[in-house]
Write a protein that binds this ligand. Structure first.
Ligand code: BGC
Length: 249
């Protein structure tokens, strides 16, 4: 049996739990603390350290950010303080979690990894693109369950606009769209992704995946589109998996 701790850092909350890596289930409670404002690196890292301390865990910790993380340096910051950009995350979290094995990766990449291990078998078969729809659109490219990190499909231009500005679930709420109207926008983005990358499967995560029955039938691309299975567990589980498998984007 192996365990690791996962922390999912978002614009509104920092969530963490100990994860049983064999089952992808939490061991004990999940803790959620509001993201500090301003959400500067040291303030957020202190909250993450609190969560781990409360759980009494002293082993490896994996963390996600809504950011591109390349060579363990933050290159973008969506919904968190812009001072994250340029942060060396090993240096930052190393100060708050001295002497531990750590990794930091993009939130959608972590969720995609978790789906590939514990979700629908199609997520670990051949080429799959995982998308998480929330405030933005995050993406993870998977080949037989292995990750190609930092793909950022939410930022592709579709019909002259950044895809996530029109097709995220926040855009649906902002524009007061019904499922069918919004599904047309998502369909446009998926059509472009299909044309460029030709995956064997699209997997859609984020809160709106729960309503898949309402909007799924309005998606009309050739590639199969399936809802994610791990729901809001995915980021934490993927972060814990990444540190245990030595993934350090
Ligand atoms: C960010 C991605 C992130 C996604 C979901 C996008 O706006 O650019 O890095 O994965 O939101 O949080």
């Amino acid at each position: 049996m192996s365990y690791s701790f996962g922390i999912d850092i978002g614009g509104s909350g920092v969530k963490g739990a100990l994860v049983d890596l064999d089952t992808g289930e939490f061991v004990g409670e999940r803790t959620k603390i509001a993201t500090p404002r301003p959400s500067t690196p040291d303030a957020v890292a202190e909250v993450a350290a609190d969560i781990v301390r409360q759980a009494g865990w002293d082993g490896p910790v994996g963390l996600t950010l809504p950011s591109v993380v390349k060579d363990q340096t933050v290159l973008s910051a969506a919904n968190i303080d812009k001072s994250w950009i340029g942060t060396d995350v090993q240096e930052l979290f190393g100060r708050h979690f001295p002497g531990r094995e750590l990794t930091v990766l993009n939130d959608a990449d972590a969720a995609g990894l978790a789906e590939s291990a514990h979700g629908d078998p199609l997520a670990r078969t051949g080429t799959a693109i995982f998308l998480t729809l929330g405030t933005g659109i995050g993406s993870a490219f998977l080949l037989d369950g292995k990750l190609f990190p930092n793909t950022e499909l939410g930022h592709l231009m579709v019909d002259g606009e950044i895809a996530e500005k029109r097709a995220s679930s926040a855009a649906k709420d902002r524009d007061g769209l019904k499922h069918k109207q919004w599904a047309k926008r998502l369909n446009r983005a998926l059509y472009e992704y299909e044309k460029l990358f030709h995956p064997q499967t699209f997997i859609i995560g984020g809160g709106i995946s729960r309503k898949f029955d309402s909007w799924g039938p309005h998606i009309q691309i050739k590639t199969p589109v399936i809802p994610a299975q791990l729901r809001n567990r995915a980021g934490i589980v993927g972060a814990a998996m990444a540190v245990e498998s030595g993934i350090k984007p």
